[in-house]
Design a binder for this molecule. Structure first.
Ligand SMILES: CSC[C@H]1O[C@@H](n2cnc3c(O)ncnc32)[C@H](O)[C@@H]1O
Ligand SMILES: [Zn+2]
Length: 441
């Protein structure tokens, strides 16, 4: 019967649903139609269902796509150019000058496509980004098929993209208009950080976010230096200043939040903001260890991000999830600080909640979008497979991600990208290497 015909049926050895009670289903099938999960049934019942494509993933775990809650995709083209620095030295002496020399429309499109190839190959289905040249970023999202949250940077100082804060805001709204009907593209407002954005601009951002129903994405309390200088210059710590300016709300995704006292953790919980935890970037820039255990215990929604490839230097959400679990343990000397299933929740449903789309993605449930990944656990690195949750967090590598679907569409099939042309991307990256070397790093 036509009605019973699904687009895809995925038979999986295990499904980590990220629904209630740390659920793992064994030998079940997911039936997908029109981009949505229509049914999840025991494999024995799936035998009678018809579909255009039936996949038998007998050695695989299927789970929700990983949600990268904080990144700067185009920075792949600056990967490895400034390592082993602290944040402010890294930004002011190396990255901002390099961005001034190289960042244009084509840089952002090529860098973002490269990032998306890397992220898709590692099981990431959604990127919550912030950078410049938003049209290029959105076009990269459309080309790759990834769900893309395009964060429109706002700073007080001029860059190649904007002249001043008002100019960044105007350009953001103009560029957004063209993509308003695109289901996989969402624009957000991204005031860079408390140390680069004025009170006036923060107030404008809050008003605009409410008017246009947009999320706000901002680097906050990333380093001790930021908190100390903020306190010296304004008389209060940056988070208190942002509270006074009306920024703290469920609309806010605060990236980093490494340096927080108990009162600030309670404040974050009270105002319902979300945090993007970037453990590798925080380690590499020697920023510190975010108090993830305390934040989760206080009820704060914490997701996981990679940050950019110039400070990580990988866009590997499986590695980031593992790092999030490990760093929380060593930071508290408590092995239960972030257990494996909690780490998976952080990298999936918590990211979706931060973005206000947990009714659509972030778990494997009937009626949700089929944003899914499959990880092959049959290789020596993950044998024997007693517990897929343990292996996803502590043992599997991104090279074991075999399939990635966004809205039921396979974007990675048997490790081959379906939309992005890997060879062409590598050729463009090589072009950029030459150009960057010629212009000066
Ligand atoms: C407003 S986003 C673009 C801006 O942010 C810079 N950036 C990248 N990583 C970080 C970070 O960890 N903290 C602060 N700023 C960062 C990026 O280079 C762009 O200039
Ligand atoms: Zn960042």
């Amino acid at each position: 019967m036509v009605q019973n015909k699904y687009d895809t049926i995925i038979n999986a050895r295990w499904i980590i649903t990220v629904e209630a009670d740390n659920e793992v289903l064994e030998n079940h099938a997911i039936a997908i139609r029109d981009g949505k999960i229509e049914a999840i049934v025991p494999a024995s019942q799936a035998a009678g269902l018809e579909a255009r494509e039936v996949l038998r993933l007998d050695r695989h775990v299927v789970m929700p796509g990983l949600i990268n809650l904080h990144g700067h995709s185009a920075m792949t083209l600056l990967r490895g150019l400034a390592d082993d620095k602290a944040l402010m030295d890294w930004l002011t002496q190396y990255i901002w000058p390099a961005e001034g020399r190289h960042v244009r429309d084509d840089f952002v499109f090529d860098g973002a496509c490269l990032a998306m190839a890397e992220m898709l190959r590692g099981g990431t289905t959604l990127i919550n980004d912030m950078y410049f040249f938003h049209g290029a970023m959105a076009r990269a999202g459309l080309a790759s098929g990834m769900r893309t949250f395009v964060g429109c940077s706002i700073l007080e100082f001029p860059t190649n993209y904007g002249a001043n804060a008002d100019d960044y805001i105007t350009r953001a709204l103009d560029e957004r208009r063209e993509f308003l009907g695109e289901e996989r593209i969402t624009f957000t407002l991204a005031p860079h950080a408390p140390y680069t954005v004025s009170d006036d601009t923060f107030r404008k951002v809050v008003t605009l976010a409410e008017q246009e129903d947009m999320l706000i994405h901002c680097h906050i309390h990333e380093t001790a230096h930021e908190v100390e200088t903020g306190l010296k210059e304004t008389g209060v710590r940056p988070l208190a200043r942002l509270k006074e300016l009306g920024l703290l709300s469920p609309r806010l995704i605060a990236a980093h939040m490494v340096h927080l006292n108990e009162a600030e953790i309670a404040l974050a919980a009270r105002h319902g903001l979300s945090i993007a935890h970037n453990p590798t970037s925080n380690m590499k820039l020697a920023s510190g260890i975010a108090p993830v255990k305390a934040l989760l215990e206080a009820g704060v929604n914490v997701g996981v991000g990679t940050d950019g490839a110039a400070s990580n230097n990988k866009l590997d959400m499986l590695a980031e999830t593992r790092m999030g679990a490990l760093l929380a343990k060593v930071g508290t000397l408590d092995p239960t600080a972030v257990p494996a299933y909690t780490a998976i929740r952080m990298a999936t449903i918590n990211g979706a909640r931060a973005l206000g789309i947990d009714d659509k993605v972030g778990s494997v449930a009937q009626g949700k979008m089929a944003d899914l990944i499959a990880i092959d656990l049959s290789s020596p690195e993950t044998a024997p497979a007693f517990d897929p949750v343990s292996h996803v967090v502590y043992a599997a590598g991104r090279e074991q991600v075999s399939h990635v679907w966004v809205q039921g569409e396979a974007l990675l099939r048997d490790r081959t990208l379906t939309r992005l042309d890997e060879e062409a991307l590598l050729a463009r990256a090589e072009d950029w290497r030459h150009r960057i070397l010629a212009r000066g790093e």
